[in-house]
Design a protein around this ligand. Structure first.
Ligand code: GAL
Length: 338
């Protein structure tokens, strides 16, 4: 009997020692800011998935400050993070994060936004040129002729330029035909509501104003700002507006008729894919499905680009609601769902 107890005890102690030695990957997520509601979702889904896959996750938010983001990267690496996942605050300055991480043998995944001109390891995003095409394609089907304004996204975010390529892929033939005139096409300092408002308002108040039929905005915050300016000029609802991110307010504006469409990015798939890749990399396993490469100005970076969907008045239930991204109740709250 004593012998059996001894064997069981030795066995249990062995298991305890083994499990305490088991490697628990430590993943770091650097977030630009939490100004847009989508980033909270990216962050919490990512953290949840890393934990589910047996890792631990540290998260720091840079409040749109690239220097702060570099310090946060250094702090995370000092704390033993094995893989860094970065939503860059600045597409160029974040290259310093990659250099520092590599000096410390930490690989970097660029999340949603590309980090340019450095030896970035991986890039996980959506096809942003395709998103620009979805926006312009949708509006030009409704108004194939007229005056279009483009409010691009942030100058320090590579996605803004990709969106513009996509938008002009669709608009350019119609411009050359003489059907569409682009009356403004401006980038912004950030992805903020107030810049969407100012660009639209400045045009509507200027001598250049020869009418406006449609606005393509880089995201839903810029679109919301544009809608406020349109409201002040009694144009909300008659000027088409495209946005991106499927923010709750944008969905309400679509229901209410002041916004025409938004683009719903697969946030859940994006965060899952990045978490899965980070855990694999930390174990020395090559991440799966990195089936394309993207030139970041320095190297061809192995990448995954996921697809996005158009959300318009008629498919809200079938897209964002049925996938659990937004609830019916949230849309109805302060909204005017009919
Ligand atoms: C971009 C992204 C957009 C939007 C924006 C605002 O990088 O492509 O979907 O979220 O940031 O933060």
């Amino acid at each position: 009997m004593k012998k059996t107890v001894l064997i069981i005890s030795v066995f249990l102690v062995g298991i305890l020692i083994l499990s305490s030695c088991k490697h628990k990957p430590h993943i770091g997520l650097l977030v630009d800011n939490l100004q847009q509601e989508r980033w909270k979702k990216d962050m919490s889904i990512f953290e949840e998935k890393v934990k589910e896959l047996g890792g631990t996750c540290s998260v720091l938010i840079a409040d749109s400050d690239p220097d702060k983001q570099l310090l946060q990267a250094e702090e995370m690496i000092a704390n033993g993070v094995e893989v860094l996942v970065v939503i860059p605050a600045n597409q160029l300055k974040a290259g310093d994060i990659v250099i520092y991480a590599h000096q410390n043998h930490v690989p970097v995944i660029s999340y949603d936004r590309l980090i340019k001109n450095c030896n970035l390891d991986y890039y996980i995003s959506t096809d942003n040129i395709a998103i620009g095409e979805l926006q312009a394609g949708y509006l030009t089907k409704i108004k194939p002729a007229g005056k279009y304004g483009i409010i691009g996204g942030s100058r320090v975010d590579n996605n803004a330029y990709l969106l513009n390529i996509g938008q002009l892929n669709i608009l350019q033939p119609l411009i050359e035909k003489g059907d569409i005139e682009v009356v403004f096409n401006e980038y912004t300092n950030s992805w903020s509501l107030h810049e969407g408002y100012e660009i639209t308002n400045n045009y509507l108040n200027s001598e250049m104003n020869q009418g406006l039929d449609a606005i393509i905005a880089g995201n839903d915050a810029l679109a919301a700002g544009a809608i406020s300016a349109l409201k002040e000029h009694n144009l909300a609802g008659s000027v088409l507006v495209a946005g991106q991110d499927a923010d709750i307010q944008a969905i309400r504006n679509i229901v209410g008729g002041n916004q025409t469409m938004t683009v719903y990015k697969p946030i859940e798939a994006l965060a899952y894919t990045a978490a899965d890749a980070a855990i694999k990399i930390s174990k020395g396993i090559a991440p799966s499905n990195m089936d394309i490469t993207i030139n970041n100005g320095k190297r061809l970076v192995p990448a995954i680009l996921l697809k996005s969907q158009v959300v318009h008045r008629q498919n809200i239930d079938l897209t964002v609601v049925s996938e659990g991204f937004i609830s019916e109740q949230d849309i109805e709250k302060n909204g005017n769902k009919e």
